[in-house]
Structures are given as structure tokens and as C-alpha cells.
Design a binder for this molecule. Structure first.
Ligand code: NAD
Length: 588
């Protein structure tokens, strides 16, 4: 049975909305609803060692007044040996067989919270049983979090030999795509376990995604048209589209050769699926796998990539397929733009940022020592295919960074969308349900409308840079390092744009507090002091802001706001005003 944990009360105002209607309820009501949704089924927690299955499981069971059962303990009891002894005496195969039988038995015991060993859900038979008889929750954690937790203990047989971190990384690569089949995905971060428990109960209670039935929800398929005359194209958004890319391309472009450009991270999880899809239609020319990260957007890699695309034999009528985040999209899009004076390309974005922003609109390019994105061309894709399922392997920090761009569309021009995000963000981050698709579709539609009005940024396309003048300066100040991801800089920059607008009397008081509250709730940074590793200098930041592409005749362009959803461009802010503002911001 469970030991009573310290419980954080569920905040009664924090509940997500159902169909856009905000629902408020007490903790007791939430627990009641969550239990009703689960019915007679057990809740099964899956995930890697160190993700918190036991700690979260015990607290969840306590709150729901259910029994907590640890499958590993049951296996040890049944064998009268520790798991390490079973591994040592009989090997892993014997252990897995016992695990399968014990879990099959436990699943027939009705409502309970069952924590399973990291490999249990990987077994196809166990997975099928869990799908048929239980509600599964994947506690997803990043490598550093897992390592910090497991290295405190010395009981894990799979980590006993070789390099434990490399072993764990391998397990992440092979198991995360399988765990993603769970009914609900919850991020397990370094925060109180009760916060995670409350998130689970909230999502079960509100029926925001991840609620039963245990089968995946219908595949919400959406499409947004980007109207640019003879350069118009569609953005297709749906879960599982990757498998259909070959057929989609053949139907739209005929039998063409496709050269895929990706990075090592994306290749590890998803390249085989894309290649199979292209091969099955006879249109695969080859794949080029680049190093991941911003540093790849440079002249040398552009040259190498261009030559390798030519080696694949791509001709004018063929297609380049950038398959990755914004880095790969910008680099390979640029390569397509200059290869044989311009070949067509189909963007297959795999990060949230790329799906909602960088893959649409035709800006391509690379960085130079003088600054970011200073060399490039406008080259519109011929099609964008966004498969939301690939986002399940995106690191949570990258997901949050991409979300900053989603929030941006609400903040710059759609107050209603921002309110919807405030109510539904947990579902957006949930397990690939309709809320995520809606957020992507709404963002893409907003971007498409602006791009259609102002393709080459002579006017209001600049609005898309809300938060970016400050954000880019912060990125430059942190040396484009791990200290600050692009989207994180945008989140801080947007909060600063709202605070500056408020200080200048341009927008109602308390608006900036509302914006920061939402971004903080999501887990994003909202002020300069949130960036780890060193204190900024106001004059240095102002100098870096001067490098912005939007500087004209020495005057900085600012995207400021009259309120949520009411952004505008101005060049009328005096440098002294900005300098004093930056000095205040640094000490916030
Ligand atoms: N062209 C535009 O209009 C535009 C707009 C916004 C941003 N950008 C550019 O986009 C870039 C940032 O894009 P980003 O945030 O996607 O960065 P990114 O391409 O570096 O991707 C982030 C990280 O996630 C990994 N990754 C991507 N998809 C994954 C998946 N499905 N599973 C596991 N790992 C995955 C990548 O390997 C990388 O390590 C910047 O260079 C920025 O300048 C361009």
C-alpha cells in the first residue's frame, strides 16, 4: 500500500478548458472526475529507469485512493530473488518472460496504479495487453534528468557495464518511439512529484487529450493554403503523415528524384520511415545527414551540402527534402534555392518551431561571423508536410522553445488564440492530440496570411519578429550557445516588448504580467536574469540590437503592442530610452 505523500493542493483555477469553455473545480471534484474517466482500468506508468514511476505512482495512487503496485517488486517476490540476481542467474530473456506473466496477472486486478519496469512496455504482447485493459501514462524525461536520478542508486542491471550515459542514450533512442504509444505523455522534470501528479489528474479530469478511450484519438488532419500566386503551396498537418510522404509527393509532382537532408538526431529516430515511404514509390535518391545544431548553418556546410546534392544527381525538376528543425530547413532550403539556380523543395519540419514558423514563408539562409541569417534567399517551398507524431521524440526543452513561437501568433494578432492557449496549453503539450494540431494549424494560418500580404518583408511581415529584436541580441550575447535556445530568447524578448510598451503607456497596465504568467507556467524564461551563466550589460545588448537586419538608416525597428493581439512596428524609440529600459530589465 502507499505511504501518504506530502500533497500540493491542485490550484482550482488552473484547469484546462474543454472545447474552449473554461472549467474550474475543486481538487475533490477533479479527483472524482479523473476516477470516473479511468473507470475500472488500472493506470499503468511506463518510462525509463529514473523517470519517477515509483515516486509519482505512489503519490498518484494516494490521491486517487487506489493501491500502488510496483511490478518489479512483484517479480522479485514471485522469484524470491532480486532483479539483479534474476539477470545474473538466468539472463535478461528469462527476466522478460517472468515480467510479461506477472504484468498480465496484475492487469486483471482492476483499478490500481501499476509502475512497470523500463522494458515491460517494449514487449509487444505486454503493450497490447496494456492497451486493451489499462490507461497508460509515459513519464518522459531527458537524459540529464535520468542520469542524475539513476546514478544515485546502484541497482540497475542494464547500466552496470560500459558507459552508463551512452547506454541510457541508446535506450532513449530505441524506446521513446515505443513509449510514445502510451495514452498520455507527461514530462518528468526536476520539480516536485506532486506537480506531475496534479498535471495527470487535471488532464484526466478535464478530458483534455490523453483521456480514455485508450485508443488514439482520430487523426486530426488539417491543411493551410499559402496564397502566393504561382508560388502558392499547401501546409499539410496530421499525425503519422511521414509514412505518406512518398505517395503525397508522387501524386503532386509525379516521379521525381528526392534528396533528403536531415541531421543526426532526426535521422536516428525517423529517417528510416521517410526513406521507406519514398522508396516504396520509387522516388528516393539518397539522404545526407548533417551535424545537428545552429553551427551547421554556415558557408562550409552549405558548400558540402550543395556538392553532395549534385552528386545525388538531382536535376532542375527534382526535389530537395529538408527533414529537420529550423536549422536544416534554413540550410537545405537555401541550398535548394541556389542549386542549378533553384530547384524545388518540400519542407518536412520535425521541431515545433519549424512546424509553426520556419518551414513556412520561404526565408532560407545561413549565419556568418557578422550575424545570424545575414546570407540567404527568399525561396518558397512547393509543399510543407508537418507530421505531429515526430514531435514525440523532440526534447521537452525544444518543445517549450517552439511553443514561444506559437504564443507569439496570439500575442501579435489574435487575442482569442492567446486566451485559448492559456486554457489549453497542457493539452498542446500532451500526447499528440487535436489541441496540438489546432495550435499548429492556427499558427501556420496566421503566418500564411501575413506572408501572403508581404512576402519579402517590406511591411507588416516584420510583426512576426515580435520579441525578436531583444531575443536576437540575447542569443548573440550568449554566443548562440546552449544557455539560450532561439525560442527561449523570443519568450524573454516578447515579455520585454510588452513591458516596454507598458512603460511607454502604449498598452494597459498588467498586460505584461499576464503574458509572463502564461509563458512561465509553460516553463519558459521571461526575463534576462533567467538566463544562466553571467550578468548582461545594457550597452552591450544595445550594441547587439544594432546588428539586427531590421535596422534602417541606423534606426532600430521595434515591434511593440497596444495590448494582447495588437502588435505594431515603430522606429520612434530613442536609443537612450532603450538603454535605460535594458538597464532596468537586467536587474529585474
Ligand atoms: N526561416 C525562417 O523563417 C525561420 C523562422 C524561425 C526560426 N528560424 C531558424 O530556425 C532555427 C531554429 O530552429 P529549431 O528550433 O527547429 O532548431 P534545430 O533545427 O536546431 O532543432 C532543435 C534540436 O532538435 C533536434 N530535433 C529536431 N526535430 C527533432 C525530433 N523530431 N526528434 C528529436 N530531435 C529533434 C535537432 O536535431 C536539434 O538538436 C534557427 O536557426 C532560426 O534562425 C528560421
Amino acid at each position: 500500500m502507499t505511504t501518504p505523500p506530502r500533497g500540493l493542493p491542485i490550484e482550482t483555477n488552473r484547469f484546462a478548458a474543454i472545447d474552449g469553455i473554461e472549467v474550474r473545480m475543486t481538487e475533490a471534484e477533479a479527483i472524482e472526475l479523473a476516477k470516473k474517466r479511468i473507470g475500472k482500468r488500472p493506470i499503468v506508468l511506463v518510462g525509463l529507469m529514473g523517470c519517477g514511476k515509483s515516486s509519482v505512482g505512489k503519490r498518484l495512487a494516494f490521491k486517487l485512493n487506489l493501491q500502488f503496485v510496483d511490478a518489479d517488486e512483484e517479480i522479485e517476490r514471485a522469484a524470491a530473488k532480486t532483479i539483479n540476481e534474476i539477470f545474473a542467474d538466468h539472463g535478461e530473456a528469462h527476466f522478460r518472460d517472468g515480467e510479461r506473466k506477472v504484468i498480465a496477472r496484475l492487469l486483471s486486478n482492476g483499478p490500481q496504479v501499476l509502475a512497470t519496469g523500463g522494458g515491460a512496455f517494449i514487449n509487444p504482447e505486454t503493450r497490447r495487453r496494456v492497451k486493451d485493459n489499462a490507461f497508460s501514462i509515459w513519464l518522459r524525461a531527458e537524459l540529464p534528468v535520468l542520469m542524475r536520478r539513476v546514478m544515485k542508486r546502484d541497482t540497475r542491471p542494464l547500466l552496470r557495464e560500459g558507459n552508463p550515459e551512452a547506454t541510457m542514450q541508446k535506450l532513449i533512442e530505441t524506446r521513446y518511439p515505443v513509449y510514445a504509444e502510451a495514452d498520455m505523455t507527461v514530462d518528468s522534470r526536476d520539480e516536485p512529484h506532486d506537480t506531475i501528479v496534479n498535471e495527470i489528474i487535471t488532464r484526466l479530469a478535464t478530458g483534455s487529450d490523453g483521456a480514455p478511450p485508450t485508443t488514439l484519438e482520430p487523426n486530426p488532419s488539417r491543411s493551410v493554403h499559402v496564397e502566393l500566386g504561382d508560388r502558392s503551396y499547401d501546409v499539410l498537418i496530421a499525425r503519422g503523415l511521414l509514412r505518406d510522404v512518398g505517395a503525397l509527393i508522387k501524386a503532386r509532382f509525379g516521379v521525381v528524384k528526392c534528396g533528403v537532408v536531415t541531421d543526426e538526431n532526426v535521422a536516428r529516430y525517423h529517417l528510416a520511415t521517410l526513406e521507406d515511404s519514398l522508396k516504396s514509390e520509387g522516388i528516393f535518391a539518397g539522404s545526407i545527414v548533417m551535424k545537428p545544431g545552429e553551427a551547421t548553418k554556415n558557408f562550409r556546410d552549405l558548400a558540402t551540402l550543395s556538392e553532395r546534392l549534385l552528386e545525388l544527381g538531382l536535376e532542375r525538376g527534382d526535389l530537395v527534402l529538408p527533414f529537420g528543425g529550423g536549422v536544416i530547413g534554413d540550410l537545405a532550403g537555401f541550398a535548394a534555392g541556389i542549386l542549378r539556380r533553384g530547384v524545388r523543395f518540400v519542407q518536412i519540419p520535425t521541431s515545433l518551431l519549424a512546424q509553426v514558423d520556419s518551414s513556412v514563408g520561404g526565408k532560407t539562409g545561413i549565419n556568418t561571423p557578422q550575424g545570424k541569417n545575414l546570407v540567404g534567399v527568399f525561396h518558397q517551398p512547393s509543399l510543407v508536410v508537418a507530421d505531429t507524431a515526430v514531435l514525440t521524440t523532440l526534447p521537452p526543452r525544444e518543445m517549450r522553445a517552439g511553443y514561444a513561437e506559437v504564443a507569439k501568433y496570439g500575442l501579435l494578432g489574435d487575442a482569442e488564440f492567446f486566451s485559448w492557449l492559456e486554457a489549453n496549453w497542457q493539452s498542446v503539450f500532451g500526447n499528440n492530440g487535436p489541441a496540438l494540431t489546432t495550435a499548429i494549424e492556427t499558427s501556420v494560418a496566421a503566418k500564411a496570411a501575413i506572408v501572403a500580404r508581404d512576402e519579402t518583408e517590406t511591411g507588416d511581415r516584420a510583426l512576426l519578429n515580435l520579441g525578436h529584436t531583444f531575443g536576437h541580441a540575447l542569443e548573440a550575447w550568449t554566443g548562440y550557445s546552449d544557455r539560450l535556445l532561439h525560442g527561449e530568447g523570443v519568450a524573454i524578448g516578447m515579455c520585454m516588448a510588452f513591458r516596454l510598451s507598458e512603460e511607454l503607456g502604449l498598452c494597459p497596465p498588467a498586460t505584461s504580467a499576464r503574458v509572463a504568467k502564461h509563458l512561465r507556467a509553460v516553463g519558459l524564461a521571461t526575463k534576462i536574469a533567467d538566463i544562466p551563466g553571467g550578468k548582461a550589460d545594457a550597452a552591450e545588448l544595445l550594441r547587439l540590437m544594432g546588428q539586427d537586419k531590421k535596422v534602417k538608416a541606423g534606426k532600430l525597428a521595434f515591434i511593440l503592442v497596444h495590448g494582447i493581439g495588437r502588435a505594431f512596428v515603430t522606429r520612434d524609440i530613442a536609443p537612450e530610452t532603450v538603454l535605460a529600459f535594458l538597464a532596468r530589465e537586467i536587474t529585474r
